[in-house]
Design a binder for this molecule. Structure first.
Ligand code: SAH
Length: 248
């Protein structure tokens, strides 16, 4: 009986295709205790957080909306959205990061529903249930970004908004995001980003359009290493953020 059950369980595990790169999950798990240390490897995410929250607010609004944060990590964006009055669910596949995210709620006093669940599974269970879906700095870490994008499109309500941010792929982004950030400035651990997984805005637009998400706006997030300041700009060569809206 035991053997039979474990055979079934193994079969289920093998049959369920999870769109995740375990090495990526391990990378983030190893740093999980630092999510809320603003001078750590996660400093860039803390710095860009107000910029992306402002961008989301400008297009979709935040207060009173139900929001899903896909690949939420330690909850930097999830908490920012909750703080501004959204009802937020945050999902990730790194259990350690989710633990840190949950613990941080005691400190902030905010409320976020954190879950360890693949976005594709949530899409099968809870289609069209969020006003806004965010998926930031995550697509460049998964085997199939198209599958994540499709799931995000299924999860958002008709007429709702889905926001993506990722890294562009060109010699300049290689120079700045990989060589500059990981080897010269040592802002990020070496191996954080894999150049071939970077996504051009045209590729992202093709993938979103294919699942009924129309690109409404695209903005660059640029970093000036001399002033140590990030800002939104027209320069989408390296980091960029996109607002898409689902057909009503
Ligand atoms: N979105 C957060 C964290 C970005 S770091 C922010 O911008 O502040 C990338 C995150 O994606 C990590 O937390 C990592 O664990 C998560 N991740 C990687 N692959 C994933 C997958 N297949 N499903 C869900 N989360 C994933």
């Amino acid at each position: 009986m035991y053997c039979y059950l474990s055979l079934i369980r193994n079969a289920v595990v093998t049959d369920t295709h999870i769109n995740v790169d375990q090495a990526e999950i391990e990378k983030f798990s190893a740093l999980a205790h630092k999510w809320w240390d603003k001078s750590s490897e996660f400093k860039p995410l803390h710095e860009i957080n107000p910029l992306r929250i402002g961008f989301i607010e400008q297009y979709a609004g935040i207060k009173g909306l139900s929001m899903l944060d896909v690949g939420c990590g330690g909850g930097i964006l999830s908490e920012g959205l909750a703080e501004r009055g959204a009802t937020v669910t945050g999902i990730d596949l790194a259990e350690k990061s989710l633990k840190v995210a949950k613990l941080h709620l005691f400190e902030s006093g905010l409320s976020v529903n954190y879950q360890n669940i693949p976005v594709e599974q949530l899409a099968a269970e809870q289609a069209e249930s969020f006003d806004v879906v965010t998926c930031m700095e995550m697509l460049e870490h998964v085997p199939s970004p198209a599958s994540i994008i499709e799931a995000c499109a299924r999860l958002v309500k008709p007429g709702g908004w889905v926001f993506f941010s990722t890294l562009n792929r060109n010699p300049k982004s290689y120079l700045l995001a990989v060589l500059g950030a990981e080897y010269v400035l040592n802002m990020l651990p070496r191996g954080t980003h894999e150049y071939k997984k970077f996504i051009k805005p045209s590729e992202l637009a093709r993938m979103t359009r294919a699942v009924g998400l129309n690109t409404v706006a695209i903005t660059g997030m640029t970093y000036n290493p001399i002033t140590d300041i990030y800002k939104l700009s027209d320069d989408t060569d390296v980091n960029y953020i996109v607002a898409t809206q689902k057909n009503a």
